[in-house]
Design a protein around this ligand. Structure first.
Ligand code: MSP
Length: 660
């Protein structure tokens, strides 16, 4: 944990070539939770997000709409700001790369590097991918196409300006090797180091205006604009007021504590951005954290015209903003991919929010109102209450440890252990029995303890669910300033744990914090209405008599049945323990496709993660994707043995080779 009193967190800035979707909402909610959490700890926080408005993609989107790029950006940026407002995002600045101060600072950085000969002019011939806005070498291409997008490329010879990126290759490798926490999670660190094993070339940082004019003009050649990534990456510095060579307020924020990115933009950040900083003589951020992707699961059959888009607005509308934020951060480990399903959302909403937390809060408040007059009662604590106070202390420590490492899923898991313990305490002590028997002092102690547990949960949950957390505290009669003071004390490990409420304070029962949804809300269920013809009714199978004895071997299959299974040779790139299951490992495997696959395998009883990178394997590549304990798996490894794995099947062949 950084000991600084200031904390700086950033999100990528988003292209304004469309409206925000679940992926953009996800990164921004995660950054917001970090910002809110650090503020709860008493730190001064700067949280920067915004939009990336220059370059080809935005220009194309504007042209399609018959608008100038500036008009297009001014129009679309309203949707981004409205969505972030709706999601209760507490950014300190919304950066637009068309903002005048950003343009001025980028221009100054370009001059600064040009004057120091860190930018030079050269003529380059290569394969240009318009969709990715970059050049590729012949050997980068896959089947003659762009290796990232699969789109066609054209051969271009162009005079351009280049940043001497290659010069910093070794310095960057040294930095990553010396700083374990610089690129997180570890699998991504290994990916970057793998990338840096190849020679690092210089970076083309200009576009001739004759081809693409929407960008910041180069101060040393008015026929060119700056490459969109070079301009965009600098927002992280210009957003806090950086000017090259000058001291200033920006230094209280920089280096950033954590920069969140999606795994798709790992190279641009861990290589381009970091070497740019090296050239500018500015320190590197403490951590670049690359999170995974939300995908739609194979099981989701979403009909009508909606395709399989996941509508964040609809989720907020039907389940509430805070439930949506909670689901994003609780459902999948930060760093791993996850399949989104509305059914999964509904199940988690009801289990965690309506049942666990909703019940706890409702029982705490309503039973105190019904039987003790509706004010915070005094307690006479026994060993049982002391145990719960100890659990509260441990929970807060676990929550803090996980949050400081951006493991929201584990932090919330730890908090829910306290919620569950509170519900179990109610079940065990049976306040309704205490009331019936007139054991008022014990009843008061139990109710007070449950109210205190709600207070701890309410204080901490505000990082992720700011509105519902504040509402729970209001119902507990908490004054906002006092709750903030107690939260800081808790997070410093110094609170009076389950003795923070003021006896005699009025409580407010109010409606359920999270109303239960017995079935899928109609507006979401409508997305699933099937428009394809109804399937033929299934023939009733004749009931087989159950035979005793060993299970029957599977019936014979035809060659065609077998041929449906796509088997490919693969090589394991990375392996990590599954965050939520001892038996499982999460691997990335190269199966000869442009990007490696993430596969969850039940092989942890036989292999340690460090045994696996570099190992040859055979992968079933056409298995429908599945989410296994919160982590998406796209494929299966062939292994020998039953549940107790004996070995992995391997072939000595290049990744992607057909196995049959
Ligand atoms: N403009 C660049 C970033 C420049 S940062 C100096 C860009 N923009 S983007 O709009 O295409 O995407 C930005 C980010 O959105 C991704 O890196 C990722 O953080 C997030 N996501 C976009 N789709 C996503 C999912 N399907 N799932 C999770 N997040 C993803 O790249």
């Amino acid at each position: 944990m950084s000991a600084r009193s200031h904390y700086y967190v950033t999100t990528p800035i988003y292209y304004v070539n469309g409206k925000p979707h679940i992926g953009h909402a996800y990164t921004t909610v995660a950054a917001d939770a970090i910002a809110r959490y650090q503020r709860l700890k008493g730190r001064e926080v700067f949280f920067l997000t915004g939009t990336d408005e220059h370059g080809q993609k935005v220009l194309e989107a504007a042209t399609k709409r018959g608008m100038t790029p500036q008009e297009h950006c001014d129009d679309l940026v309203r949707h981004w700001q409205a969505t972030f407002e709706r999601l209760n995002i507490s950014n300190d600045r919304f950066m637009r790369t068309t903002d005048a101060d950003h343009v001025a600072a980028v221009t100054a950085v370009l001059s600064h590097l040009w004057e120091r000969d860190l930018i030079y002019r050269d003529t380059y011939e290569g394969w240009y991918s318009a969709s990715e806005e970059r050049f590729w070498t012949e050997k980068d291409l896959v089947d003659g196409k762009c290796p990232l997008s699969g789109n066609p490329v054209v051969k271009l010879k162009e005079t351009n300006y280049f940043f001497r990126m290659g010069r910093y290759q070794q310095q960057l490798i040294d930095h990553i090797e010396a700083n374990d926490g610089f690129v997180r999670p570890t699998s991504r660190r290994n990916e970057v180091l793998g990338f840096l094993r190849r020679e690092l070339e210089d970076l083309c940082i200009s576009r001739p205006k004759s081809r693409m004019s929407w960008g910041i003009e180069l101060p040393f050649d008015a026929d060119y604009v700056c490459y969109v990534w070079f301009d965009a990456l600098l927002n992280y510095l210009t957003g806090v007021g950086y000017t090259p060579g000058a001291e200033g307020d920006w230094q209280q924020w920089w280096p950033a504590d954590v920069q969140l990115i999606g795994k798709d933009i790992l190279t641009t950040h861990s290589v381009y951005w970091t070497t740019m900083l090296m050239a500018m003589g500015v320190p590197l951020p403490s951590t670049l954290y690359a999170h995974g992707w939300w995908t739609s699961t194979g099981g989701d059959k979403i009909g009508k015209s909606k395709g399989n888009a996941i509508d964040v607005d609809l989720l907020c509308e039907e389940f509430g903003v805070d439930a949506t934020r909670y689901f994003f951060l609780r459902e999948i480990a930060f760093g791993a991919d996850g399949g989104f399903s509305y059914q999964g959302f509904l199940t988690r909403y009801n289990a965690d929010l309506a049942n666990d937390l909703g019940n706890l809060a409702h029982r705490a408040l309503s039973m105190t109102k019904n039987w003790l007059g509706g004010t915070v009662p005094a307690a006479v604590r026994t060993e049982r209450e002391a145990e719960l106070a100890e659990l509260a202390r441990e929970t807060v420590a676990a929550f803090d440890g996980a949050f400081e490492q951006w493991q929201f899923h584990s932090a919330l898991g730890a908090l829910w252990e306290l919620v569950k313990a509170g519900n179990k305490y109610i079940d065990d002590t049976q306040p309704w029995g205490l009331n019936k028997r007139g054991e008022v002092e014990r009843l008061a102690t139990v109710q007070r303890t449950v109210l205190e547990i709600c207070n701890v949960v309410g204080c901490l949950m505000r990082a992720v669910m700011p509105e519902r957390g504040a509402e729970l505290l209001r119902r507990l009669g908490r004054d906002a300033a006092a709750a903030d003071r107690d939260t800081r004390a808790m997070l410093a490990g110094e609170a009076a744990w389950l003795d923070l409420l003021e006896p005699g304070t009025d409580l407010d029962v109010a409606d359920p914090l999270f109303p239960r949804h017995r079935k899928m809300p109609a507006a979401i269920a409508a997305l699933f209405e099937d428009v394809s013809p109804a399937p033929a009714p299934k023939k009733k199978k004749a009931k087989k008599k159950k035979k005793k004895g060993p299970p029957e071997p599977p019936a014979e299959i035809t060659y065609d049945d077998f041929a449906k299974v796509a088997l490919r040779a693969g090589t394991v790139l990375t392996a990590e323990r599954h965050p939520d299951a001892d038996r499982l490992l999460v691997l990335t495997v190269d199966v000869g496709e442009p990007a490696p696959r993430q596969i969850v395998a039940g092989i942890a009883t036989r292999f340690e993660p460090e045994d696996l990178p570099g190992r040859k394997v055979v992968v079933v590549t056409n298995l429908a994707p599945a989410t296994i304990r919160g982590v998406e798996s796209r494929g299966m490894l062939l292994a020998a043995g039953g549940k107790a794995v004996v070995d992995l099947v391997a072939v000595d062949a290049a990744p992607g080779e057909i196995v049959r």
